[in-house]
Write a protein of this length. Structure first.
Length: 102
């Protein structure tokens, strides 16, 4: 089954939360002086590696976020076109039924 609007928004929310958590490092860096930054991230290989991984993760998450936003836009257009042509939106493709697992 393709993604529903709800599942796409759920994915977007998850990525946004991951971006939020990863960007905390960037805000920490923003408050540092250049000397503090150099000391923390460039005095040994571990600091430099940690900084690289965080920046890479932030970039990757931003790309994923933008792709999901585009996918949501496409889904909205599809739903509007489907409704405009008189098709039923509750046809099993647009709604994912919830199942209780308890």
């Amino acid at each position: 089954m393709s993604d529903t609007m709800g599942s796409l928004i759920d994915k977007l929310f998850t990525i946004d939360m991951k971006m939020w958590n990863n960007q905390e490092l960037l805000y920490e860096i923003r408050r540092m002086s250049l000397d503090e930054f150099k000391e923390k991230y460039f005095t040994d290989e571990i600091g430099c590696s940690n900084l690289y991984e965080c920046l890479k993760r932030c970039c990757d998450l931003n790309v994923q976020r933008n792709q999901l936003i585009d996918e949501i836009d496409e889904k909205i257009i599809c739903l509007v076109n489907q409704k405009s042509s008189g098709d039923e939106l509750d046809d099993g493709k647009n709604v994912q039924r919830k199942y209780k697992t308890y």
